[in-house]
Design a protein around this ligand. Structure first.
Ligand code: HXC
Length: 260
């Protein structure tokens, strides 16, 4: 990703420790890299250790910072407990959590099997809950901050997206519940809802700009760097009174009558 240091001071997240699910690729990788570029250290988790190791190495080389890969399936409580324990063993604390691990595909109600629906709910919604449950005491101890990665497709009844939409609606709800329940401990909980972001799995799988960008008021897809900027902002002191908010980063796309 492009350097983001032109916008924010280089050290605004200095010595903060991030744990990010889904950080081996796409949007969450860029979110992780942005935190490290601004002084943080990171642990990235996902199912594919090979992908994580490659991403961690590349991010470390690009930033000069520390990025550690840990294999974990967010559907498995033992895996996320292990990832949290290893993060604390390595860095002594956890300040920031990004819940980004997700699975998605287009499927009509008719073609969506029981197992397919459950799989997406388990990865996206249960995965978000599991990792936050495992990390919450550490986040409280550091008066840290959580960002849940959502989407906008459930704001309307987007076709072929009921599985992901139901999961992300649950994630939006958790964002509010946790903001209220963890706020008294000094923890801020927010979300980012990306729209069509170029060069991502979501964009290629869902192809939400079939035929061009005319359905996006800003006239183009977003970039992972733009999601990264929002991440740095929400974690930083600049957002110190923002909690329970879902920040939509979509060029006003969802406000139009779009289809995937
Ligand atoms: C219908 C499908 C399917 C498809 C899988 N399934 N792909 N059904 N259409 N295209 C069904 C399978 O047939 C199976 O059901 C069930 O889902 C579980 O599939 P598995 O492959 O066994 O599960 P798993 O290996 O856990 O894979 C999960 C996955 C996978 C979601 C299917 O694609 C994945 O993990 N992808 C990760 C990357 C990803 O998708 N990222 C996108 C994020 S984008 P049966 O009944 O046959 O057993 C995003 C928002 C984008 O989240 C917003 C953009 C604007």
């Amino acid at each position: 990703m492009a350097a983001t240091t032109d916008i924010f001071k280089n050290d605004i997240l200095k010595d903060k420790v991030l744990l990010c699910s889904g950080g081996g690729s796409g949007i969450c990788r860029a979110m992780t890299e942005a935190v490290v570029r601004h002084g943080g250290k990171a642990v990235i988790i996902s199912r594919s250790l090979e992908r994580l190791e490659k991403a961690a190495k590349e991010m470390s080389e690009a930033t000069g910072g520390v990025v550690i890969p840990i294999q974990a399936d967010v559907r498995k409580p033992a895996d996320v407990e292990n990832a949290v324990a290893k993060t604390v063993e390595k860095f002594g604390k956890i300040d920031y959590l990004i819940n980004g691990a997700a699975g998605n595909f287009l499927a009509s109600f008719q073609n969506l099997s029981y197992n397919a629906f459950r799989t997406v709910i388990e990865i996206d919604l249960m995965g978000t809950w599991n990792l936050t449950k495992a990390a919450s005491e550490y986040i409280k101890a550091s008066k840290g901050s959580i960002i849940n990665v959502s989407m906008t497709l459930h704001y309307t009844g987007t076709v072929y997206q009921q599985h992901a939409g139901a999961a992300k609606a649950g994630i939006d709800a958790l964002t509010k519940h946790w903001a209220v329940e963890l706020g008294p401990f000094g923890v801020r909980v927010n979300g980012i809802a990306p729209g069509p972001i170029e060069n991502t799995v979501g964009m290629s799988k869902l192809s939400s700009t079939r035929g061009g960008y005319e359905t996006i008021p800003l006239g183009r897809a977003g970039t992972v760097t733009e999601i990264a900027h929002s991440t740095v902002f929400l974690f930083s002191e600049a957002a110190s009174y923002i909690s329970g908010h879902m920040l939509v980063v979509d060029g006003a796309h969802w406000l139009t009558n779009h289809r995937p």
